[in-house]
Design a protein around this ligand. Structure first.
Ligand code: UDP
Ligand code: MG
Length: 323
């Protein structure tokens, strides 16, 4: 493998936000793996608007390691965009996307590269365990992936994060997808090309804390569904048909009862229930439509995905400035 790698270059993309306490440890573990591989590489740290001293830590590291490039975004854009920004700056034949919190073990990188050399364009790491996460998070993740797989037009693999290897042509394909609402797991799958999973154990966070809370995860779930499926809109239509038909049948029953038995008009409570129920249903379906219109609105503005405050290239590979 080593001889084959001589002619190839590798880019590592690490999006990070407020990780000053663990960058050092992460970098150490990463370069241990890279040094073993003897492949020329660059490590692109994307600072996603950290409010701690992450940038200073990165700059100090860069003085000691010429493989480091720093892309400093103008503010926090969110991990998905930070990752895309990193991809824009890569030049390697293969690109690895990895989190800075050591939940994605860098030791898996040689395995990812082996699969890439077998001809796969996307080699994604698939979690077989999720350590240090609550049963509720595990259950909601489990359900989310299964629902998404059922209703989306593409087959998004379950239990995968962003930790993966992408070939050059896969990266070039991803760079063409400039939508503002980015559900990366979906986009990775959408591009197609030969893809393969490599199982791994997901570790606990090494330090610092997760930026995800349940509200953000809920929003990510909505993002995933609305980016890759219009099933909720169809659901609204069919639900409307079903309830309207039920109401029509019920109307016939009432007319028949009045005609046959001369029943007095039945009470106010049932009227209230029906009115409130349909009021609710209408608001919910309007909300669903709103989610899609809102996204259309944001996309039509066609703003740049991110802005870069500062870029310091690596000195190992021929880096190019894409701004
Ligand atoms: N991250 C980022 N921007 C953000 C939030 C997170 O670049 O707005 C980075 C973070 O520093 C880490 C990676 O994305 O390197 C994964 O974040 P986190 O560990 O919070 O997510 P989890 O592993 O809990 O899904
Ligand atoms: Mg994490």
């Amino acid at each position: 493998m080593t001889s084959l790698l001589k002619n190839h270059t590798l880019s590592i993309v690490v999006p990070l936000c407020n990780e000053a306490t663990i960058i050092g440890a992460f970098h150490q573990r990463l370069i241990c793996v890279l040094d073993m591989l003897s492949i020329s590489s660059e490590i692109i740290y994307v600072n996603d608007g950290s409010t701690d001293n992450s940038v200073e830590v990165l700059k100090t590291l860069r003085l000691q390691d010429t493989r480091i490039a720093i892309v400093d975004l103008s503010r926090n854009f969110g991990k998905e965009i930070a990752l895309s920004a990193g991809l824009d700056y890569t030049v390697g034949d293969a690109v690895i996307v990895i989190d800075a919190d050591l939940q994605d073990p860098p030791e898996l990188i040689p395995t990812l590269i082996e699969q890439w050399q077998q001809g796969y364009d996307v080699v994604f790491a698939k979690r077989i365990s999720r350590m240090g996460e609550s049963w509720f998070k595990k259950l909601s993740a489990y359900l989310f992936y299964r629902v998404l797989q059922k209703i989306s037009v593409i087959d998004i693999p379950m239990d995968t994060g962003d930790f993966r290897l992408l070939s050059r042509r896969a990266v070039e394909a991803l760079k063409k997808l400039r939508e503002t609402h980015r559900f990366m797991k979906g986009l990775f799958t959408w591009i197609g090309y030969p893809q393969i999973a490599v199982p791994y154990e997901r570790d606990r966070r090494f330090g610092g804390e997760s930026k995800w809370n349940y509200w953000k995860l809920w929003n990510l779930a909505i993002e995933g569904i609305t980016s890759f499926s219009i099933a909720p809109l169809k659901f609204a239509t069919y639900f409307g048909f079903v309830t309207a038909s039920a109401a029509f049948i019920y109307a016939l029953v009432i007319i028949y009862k009045t005609w046959a038995y001369g029943d007095p008009v039945s009470g106010y409570p049932s009227l209230m229930v029906v009115t409130l129920f349909f009021g609710g249903v209408q608001l919910i379906t309007l909300g669903i439509i709103g989610e899609y219109i809102g996204r259309t609105f944001v996309e039509t503005k066609a703003r740049p995905l991110y802005l870069v405050k500062d870029y310091e290239p690596a000195n190992t590979l021929d880096s190019r400035d894409t701004t």
